[in-house]
Ligand binder design. Sequence first.
Ligand SMILES: [Zn+2]
Ligand SMILES: [Zn+2]
Length: 153
Amino acid sequence: MTNVNAIITYAEKHCKKHGMCLTTQRKQVLISLAQSKTALTVYKIIALYKQLFNENIAAMSVYRILEFLENEKFIHKLQLTNKYIICTHIATDHDHHKSQFLICSMCDLVKEINFEKSLISKIKQGMKTANFVLSNTQLEIHCICNTCINKIA
Ligand SMILES: [Zn+2]
Ligand SMILES: [Zn+2]
């Protein structure tokens, strides 16, 4: 897990390099997401922001900031649940392609992984057989993490 300072340093450098500005609000929203191991809804982000920085932020501002952070590939939006999560690969020099997300149905832990190309091809092939076409390789898979499995056992 990359630490928050490294994430912010990277984000600031990235923005500067591309002629953009990591404003205080943008930075603070990014820090809020970097602190969380689970994906957050906009309302959870607002609550965490308030808790961390003792400041209120309007939902409209958060939406705008999230759009910016997503465009810069700092964060990902989970489409199925409308939640946001920091990119696992942020602060590493990565050529970001679409990731897959494993989402624990019990504790909401999210893990960003990258399936091998051959596995994606197999999934596509399986869909083709069923007369479907994979329209987005950002797969969000609901499953149960090992920690939760061990709790049940
Ligand atoms: Zn990512
Ligand atoms: Zn779990």
